[in-house]
Design a binder for this molecule. Structure first.
Ligand code: CAA
Length: 256
């Protein structure tokens, strides 16, 4: 059996690729178990400071595995806590860049939105087509898409099933960068190396602070940000970064 998830290290980054090409990377239970396991393993590895999560040229992922869904009962899905397993991705400390080419649909779009940011090929197509199947998004689609692009566009995408082009997704704030068809993975890796070169303590705190903006009120977010800044100041990384600037050299961060 080929591996469902391919992992390539290029310290300080790692690239994790979904590998069910014939099924357009449909997110079977087995694939999600492997994916969450690999991401958690990399997250515990201090040498890895940013992770890229991608699919293939044709598809990031075309959603949850419809065959599996069709054979499951509601109570089986409920007891298996399958979607709850996805929450582990949100809990990762290491910044996660989604590299999206081709179809990014249903659970695939939800997976991409669980990452910290999305780099998209101009070929990328984003959608939440679940209502065509008589179901609704279940891993954050109605919530994260609405927060990312606003109610009007989220309603359009979720209720009509229409797919957003990469440029529409960029204009709406769903993706951070759109690049040429052949450059999606290289650009995501380049971005991951840029992120990995920054102070690791500061990067984690900054990522958490941005998530606060997204998930809580402005007042709570501002308080969180200020405390996170003081914590960042207390790190060895801050001393190194501030000193290196004065000495006109590149900082050497240890993540301490
Ligand atoms: N699950 C299982 N298999 C899938 C799949 C999925 N989500 N998406 C595609 N495949 C399979 C197809 O069945 C097909 O397999 P066979 O060759 O064995 O027939 C293979 O991948 C290639 O797909 P197509 O022949 O359909 O390729 P296409 O280029 O004609 O169409 C597509 C591409 C528009 C993405 C189409 O495959 C499609 O509509 N897929 C389903 C998309 C979808 O509805 N996703 C939502 C799933 S539900 C969900 O995700 C719930 C949740 O929120 C958690």
């Amino acid at each position: 059996m080929p591996e469902l998830v391919l992992v390539e290290r290029d310290d300080p980054i790692a690239v994790v690729l979904l590998n069910r090409p014939k099924q357009l990377n449909a997110l079977s239970d087995e694939l999600m178990d492997e994916l969450v396991g690999e991401l958690q393993r990399l997250d515990r590895d201090e040498a890895i400071r940013c992770i890229v999560l991608g699919g293939s040229d044709r598809a990031f992922a075309a959603g949850a595995d419809i065959g599996e869904l069709a054979q499951s009962s509601a109570i089986e899905l409920y007891y298996a806590r399958r979607i709850e397993r996805w929450d582990a991705i949100r809990g990762l400390w290491t910044p996660l860049v989604a590299a999206v080419s081709g179809y990014c649909l249903g659970g695939g779009c939800e997976l991409a939105m669980s990452c910290d940011l999305i780099v998209a090929s101009e070929s990328a197509r984003f959608g939440q087509p679940e209502t065509s199947l008589g179901i609704i998004p279940g891993a954050g689609g109605t919530q994260r898409l609405t927060r990312a692009v606003g109610k009007a566009l989220a309603m359009d995408v979720i209720l009509s099933g229409r797919l957003l082009s990469a440029d529409e997704a960029l204009a709406a704030g769903l993706v951070a960068r759109v690049v040429a068809r052949e450059a999606w993975l290289e650009e995501a890796k380049r971005l991951a190396h840029d992120i990995a070169a920054k102070g690791p303590v500061a990067t984690r705190l900054a990522k958490e602070a941005v998530d606060r903006a997204y998930e809580s009120t402005l007042q709570l977010g501002l308080e969180y940000e200020r405390r996170a800044l003081y914590l960042a100041f207390a790190s060895e990384d801050a001393k190194e970064g501030l000193t290196a600037f004065g000495e006109k050299r590149k900082p050497s961060f240890r993540g301490r």
